[in-house]
Ligand binder design. Sequence first.
Ligand code: RIB
Length: 308
Amino acid sequence: MKNKILVVSSANMDMVLDIDRVPNAGQTVIDMGSYTYVPGGKGANSALAFARLGGNCTFLTRVGSDANGEALVSLYEREGINTSYIKKDESAPTGLATIFVEKSGQNRIIVFAGANQKIDTGSIDCAMDSDIDALYMQFEINYDAILYSAKKASEKGVPIFIDAGAIKRDFPFEALPELEIFSPNESEAYEITGIMPDSDKRCLDVALALSKLVCAKYIVIKLGGRGAYVFDGANGKFMPTYDIEVVDTTAAGDAFTAGLTLEYLRCGDIYRACEFANATGTLTVSRKGASSSIPSETEVEAFLKSVK
Ligand code: RIB
């Protein structure tokens, strides 16, 4: 079975602030909500999702030589993730994300990248020499690491899956080799193309604009509560998601794309993979936090049975 995934991406400690509303510029707001520290980072959330959903995951990231770095790596080990290629950086702290969660479950995130920006090509060379079925990445790490990993995977004939989390318009898309799946959410799609995928027609416009920049077999646009739009290079199809009470949307996209990638590797069917991913994302938004909200394979399969 194909399920050995190398994740080259970010690890953060998340400071999650439950707030009534975000302050305006120059305003001080006293909030009676609560705050917690939860392991997060787009890459780590996806790596944990791979491990919990039945994948065999190797996670390459970089943390600082600090307490947060220690706590994160020991969590990955407890979850059965291979951490052999994670280095502790002496010059930069572990990544930190400040996440404001409003009553609606909607979030706003500021990431202090820290050691995530220091992933080196030496670590990538070592990880790429291992036995892997897929490479998976997002954009919270240094561009050099993304481009180098993609080049090595392509030379090795390993399929590449990219979630557009934290993408910025200045990314040199033309330097990427062919991808298997490229998956942005609505705001990432807008950041890259300048078009918001808020109607059938605009989803197709976004997919066509993206396919001029990124060579991918499938473009999968995450549409939050509306589900996802799958574009195969010629045609697009909406894949509706499931109704659930939204508690916190943090990590839903990371879990969705991990579920999509893993199930696609296992069955080769993008639409079945998208159903599995929608269920994974749905369960994630029904719970609080990043790593704490990601479901197991058993939970996803039980949920899919319950909605059939
Ligand atoms: O996608 C959610 C993640 O984005 C959070 O866990 C935070 O660390 C940021 O990377």
